[in-house]
Ligand binder design. Structure first.
Ligand code: HEC
Ligand code: HEC
Ligand code: HEC
Ligand code: HEC
Length: 121
């Protein structure tokens, strides 16, 4: 025979499991903002194809999004601060910001340094 007490414990456990299940579902299905897979930059020197996804394999977000706070995933675009014709001499203009960061890391690690290997189209 199952006692009333045992039944109460069983129901209690069932309810706890249900609550834990619902909470975990809510926690893990909360999606991070979408990250770009591939980006195309248009430019007078020829378009540049940037594979964002492969670039995030070995580098952390803040290597490139240098203003990103720890744990943040939704950066501002570079151009919001690095304007094409920067008036502020402490802030690189857009093209210099990209060239410095992209080519800088390629020199240090791996990746194209020649103009035509980035400006492919
Ligand atoms: C190798 C450099 C690099 C790394 C590493 C990197 N990103 Fe980016 N990401 C970029 C560049 C460049 C852009 C384009 C910015 C622009 O258009 O001005 C970009 C764009 C984005 C955008 C779109 C921004 C918008 O509003 O259009 C998001 C979101 C983003 N990155 C998130 C991330 C996250 C999250 C990580 C880490 C997992 C990451 N990125 C790692 C270089 C990088
Ligand atoms: C919120 C504004 C902001 C955003 C967004 C931003 N930058 Fe910057 N960046 C700055 C400022 C301000 C400086 C100069 C002061 C400093 O070094 O932090 C700078 C400096 C730099 C430098 C020179 C750093 C050095 O080592 O000498 C590079 C290169 C650069 N940014 C590239 C980028 C690229 C590429 C992106 C986009 C992936 C980006 N920045 C996004 C504001 C920004
Ligand atoms: C933090 C380091 C880092 C930064 C910053 C970086 N790259 Fe790279 N990139 C690499 C490495 C490493 C490779 C080589 C990957 C391989 O071939 O396995 C690479 C390869 C490439 C390639 C050739 C392979 C491919 O993906 O088609 C292109 C094009 C490229 N990068 C463009 C860019 C551009 C444009 C930027 C700036 C917006 C940039 N990279 C910034 C590390 C970096
Ligand atoms: C690692 C990739 C890479 C390499 C190598 C590279 N560039 Fe760029 N270049 C870029 C990116 C990214 C931009 C920014 C495009 C944008 O504004 O959206 C850019 C922008 C430019 C611009 C536009 C300048 C402006 O003010 O609008 C010119 C011109 C240019 N590059 C010429 C060159 C020349 C010449 C070389 C070789 C000496 C070169 N690039 C090498 C990635 C590269």
């Amino acid at each position: 025979m199952i006692s009333n007490k045992e039944l109460q414990i069983a129901y209690g456990l069932a309810i706890i499991l249900l609550v834990v299940g619902v909470l975990s579902y809510a926690a893990f299905s909360a999606k991070a903002p979408d990250q770009p897979v591939r980006l195309m930059f248009k430019c007078v020197a020829g378009k540049i194809l940037f594979d964002h996804k492969t670039h995030t394999v070995d580098s952390s977000c803040s290597d490139c999004h240098h203003n990103l706070e720890e744990g943040e995933t939704d950066p501002q675009t570079c151009g919001e601060c690095h304007e094409p014709e920067s008036q502020d001499e402490d802030v690189l203009n857009r093209a210099d910001a990209f060239h410095t960061q992209c080519i800088g890391c390629h020199k240090e690690e791996a990746g194209p340094e020649k103009c035509e290997l980035c400006h492919v189209m």
